[in-house]
Design a protein around this ligand. Structure first.
Ligand SMILES: *Cc1c(COP(=O)(O)O)cnc(C)c1O
Length: 356
């Protein structure tokens, strides 16, 4: 094959290597992550009072969540450093991503998950990628504490978002948003769990403004689930509860990064209830054709809430759609009464069943 006909190299390390901490020894691994669609809202926009609402479809990453952007950098740097194994604590998506990039790189992976609290699709992914799954009797925060301790004692690289390479990779989404819109948006709406992603976007937008990729930076609007809203309350939540399992976190590792993003940008971090999250979840699927997981809908639920309170006036917002709805089939099934009609397998039979 000639160079001209070879497909272009995709992926965060190829596309954004210049703004990442790579060296000539960093392996340029890729599953084609990043470069996700930025699509304009078709119908929710009109409900918000915004001039423009856009969705950054991070659910389109290879394992179905934004975690791939940071994981590819963390795993590449782990390989570069000679690691043979990686470990993370996870509410699900980090484990799916870590396990995928470990499989691809020939590393062993160990995943600590809160027992009985991980969405079925995410577990299926981690298992398929051949991870060593450790179900702990505790919540995510306890699992992360254990993972930190274990990786300090054993020759295993920690790939949670406390690993700065994760944040570096995830910041590339902000670069893509600025590139697609020709500038930073006025508002960036994002769900907040362990708070690595809001920290990463804020870093990315800051860098974009610094080098002239944007003329301004957005106000950062972070949204936590009401039952897991430590940053809103100002104190850790011991028993976080929400349908949005990806943000069921009571003691965010990047707490300081999130409040810095909020305060430096003139933004806010507020809570949305599970009912508000599920309303946005159904609206995104039914009015936009976007089937995301519940945590992702928190960004849109937050914008709808602010708009109902008369606190959104015009401007251009981007809502980050962090993960794919297929990951949590149980919530999907519980939210809908399927519209199913039984019919004989004949034209006349289907016509009769539909009343045509
Ligand atoms: C990890 C995750 C979040 C939360 O991101 P943080 O960086 O932990 O704040 C939100 N939504 C989905 C789908 C996730 O996987």
């Amino acid at each position: 094959m000639t160079a001209a006909s070879a497909p272009a190299q995709r992926g965060v390390l190829h596309r954004w290597g210049a703004v990442l901490p790579l060296t000539p020894a960093t392996p340029l691994i890729s599953l084609g992550e990043g470069d996700t669609p930025l699509v304009r809202s078709a119908r929710i926009e009109a409900l918000t009072g915004l001039d423009e609402l856009w969705f950054k479809l991070e659910m389109c990453n290879p394992t179905g969540s934004f975690k791939d952007r940071g994981m590819v950098v963390a795993v590449a740097k782990a390989v570069e450093a000679g690691a043979r194994a990686i470990m993370c604590a996870s509410t699900g998506n980090t484990s799916a991503s870590a396990a995928a990039y470990a499989a691809r790189s020939g590393l062993e992976s160990f995943v600590l998950v809160p027992g009985g609290n991980v969405a079925a699709g995410k577990l299926a992914q981690a298992i398929a990628f051949g991870t060593r799954l450790i179900e702990v009797d505790g919540n995510f925060d306890e699992a992360l504490q254990a993972a930190r301790e274990l990786t300090s004692r054993h020759p295993v690289a920690l790939v949670n978002s406390v690993n700065p390479h994760r944040i570096e990779g995830q910041k590339t989404a902000a670069y893509e948003v600025c590139e697609a819109l020709g500038d930073a948006p006025d508002v960036l709406a994002i769900p907040v769990g362990n708070a690595g992603n809001i920290t990463a976007y804020w870093k990315g937008f800051g860098e974009c403004a610094e080098v002239g990729r944007s003329s301004t930076h957005p106000r950062m609007f972070g949204f936590q689930a009401a039952g897991a809203a430590p940053i809103v309350l100002g104190v850790p939540v011991e028993h976080p509860q929400t349908v949005a399992s990806a943000i069921r976190i009571g003691k965010p590792a990047s707490w300081a990064g999130a409040t810095a993003a909020r305060d430096e940008s003139g933004g806010l971090i507020e809570a949305v209830t599970d009912d508000e999250i599920l309303e946005a979840y159904r609206l995104l699927a039914g009015k936009e054709g976007i089937f995301c997981e519940p945590a992702s809908a928190a960004s849109v639920a937050g914008l709808l809430k602010l708009s109902r309170e008369g606190r959104l006036r015009g401007g251009r917002a981007v809502a980050v759609i962090t993960g794919n709805g297929l990951k949590d089939p149980d919530t999907a099934v519980s939210q809908y009464k399927p519209d199913v009609t039984r019919a004989p397998a004949t034209v006349a039979g289907v016509e009769r069943a539909l009343g045509w």
